[in-house]
Ligand binder design. Structure first.
Ligand SMILES: Cc1ncc(COP(=O)(O)O)c(C=O)c1O
Length: 400
């Protein structure tokens, strides 16, 4: 049988990290590759308590029936309170849409805004799966340069003028992969420049609550005066990725279009998940759980930094993130981290090569390391193996 796939599948091979991720099922492998929250941070007891109550109180209509695509109203009311913690005030119900995780928000934004050949601007580098989603809508992805303060605003403005993008996608706090956070001034300027040129902003914020150091910053959405920013947040990293819940907040006309887009995808986010998370928020469980999780992540991040300093070659430098789940670093040496990713598996350790996070660039010297899902002991052991491999490879490259 010759399967006549759509044109949009041509660029979607998903191969970049698949071989690595397949190997992760081997128990001896220490994985710094994924973006999983620590298992002990998943609040099993509280979720069990709520689910049990929901299913034993004759709430079959709420739990087992269809619900509206916009989402369960008491949940959306809780979400309006929740996004205030990102500085987003005065949100009305019709400016919210419950989504099945942040990823669905990225997909729906692409569905409602992108035609083949339309341009999306992204920070260079950015979240791999967002790139794959934009590719699936046959968009042209253009990278915007960034520094320690956030996007380089002259590059942003120049690329807006040149490419007339439909929207710009940013992970403004504890970015995946870099762990970087945009400064407040940078956020204000992004809101202003994009409003001036009538460009939408898709602000993706799964990580801002996972701050272990430094000062809180408001979202870009909080500076949105023109109604051009859609803000996404998700409960995957702070509660449970398995519950698949999040929210999109934006201008009500855009939210309406996103809702129409969602109808054809999953009708509604699972009622059970929505009710569980709504109750979880209402009972005030979320922030104590985050408070409990932060020392675990802080300890693991510090263990990874210490292990980098102990084991990695001197040619390696990295960004010490103030939160989130990742350390991003690179080698000032002629080595190819894409080619070496399968080699690392032979040393029983996995990382993600930096190349996959760039829309077009052939960057070969960067790596992303996740620290949230391995114990301190495993982090030390895994980094010692990785350091050994990279030192050998750099010595080889220098001889060649
Ligand atoms: C930047 C970013 N956005 C979105 C997601 C997707 O998360 P979810 O769909 O589980 O909310 C992730 C997950 O790793 C992410 O890193």
């Amino acid at each position: 049988m010759e399967y006549r796939y759509s044109e949009r599948m041509a660029k979607m091979n998903g191969a970049a990290t698949r071989e690595i991720l397949k190997l992760l099922t081997r128990p001896e492998i220490i994985s710094f590759a994924g973006g999983f929250p620590a298992t002990q941070c998943l609040p099993q007891k509280e979720v069990q308590e709520i689910a049990h109550e929901l299913l034993s109180e004759g709430k079959a209509t709420a739990v087992l029936q269809y619900g509206t695509t916009e989402g369960f109203v008491p949940f959306r009311e809780e979400l309006i309170k929740y996004v205030k913690t990102a500085g987003i005030e005065n949100v009305s119900l019709d400016e919210t849409l419950v989504i099945s995780g942040g990823q669905q928000g990225i997909d729906l934004m692409s569905k409602i805004f992108l035609d083949k050949g339309d341009v999306v601007l992204v920070e260079n580098p950015t979240y791999l799966t967002a790139l794959q989603i934009f590719d699936s809508y046959q968009a042209k992805i253009v990278g915007v340069d960034a520094d320690e303060n956030g996007l380089k605003l002259d590059d942003l403005e120049e690329k807006i003028k040149k490419h007339h993008p439909k929207f710009i996608y940013v992970v403004s706090t504890f970015s995946n992969p870099t762990g970087k956070t945009y400064s407040i001034e940078n956020r204000k300027q992004i809101a202003e420049i994009t409003a001036k040129y009538g460009v939408m902003v898709l602000e993706d914020d799964p990580y801002s609550k996972l701050r272990f150091e430094g000062e809180w910053v408001p979202s870009i959405k909080s500076f949105d005066k023109a109604g051009n920013v859609v803000y996404l947040t998700s409960f995957s990293k702070v509660l449970s990725p398995g519950l698949r819940t999040g929210v999109a907040v934006g201008n009500k006309e855009v939210i309406r279009k996103l809702t129409i887009g969602k109808q054809g995808v999953d009708v509604t986010t699972s009622n059970l998940s929505q009710l569980i998370v709504a109750e979880y928020l209402k009972r005030g469980y979320l922030f104590p759980n985050i408070e409990k999780s932060l020392p675990i992540y802080r300890e693991r991040k510090n263990a990874m930094i210490a292990a980098i300093q102990k084991y990695m070659p001197e040619e390696f430098s990295f960004i010490n993130a103030q939160g989130g789940l990742f350390i991003w670093g690179g080698f000032d040496a002629p080595i190819d981290t894409t080619k070496l990713a399968p080699e690392a598996i032979k040393y029983d350790v996995a990382y993600i090569q930096g190349q996959v996070f760039y829309p077009n660039a052939d960057v070969t010297n960067m790596i992303r390391l996740n620290f949230s899902n391995a114990t301190v002991e495993k982090i030390d052991l895994g980094m010692s193996h990785l350091g050994e491999m990279f030192k050998k490879e750099i010595a080889k490259a220098k001889k060649a």
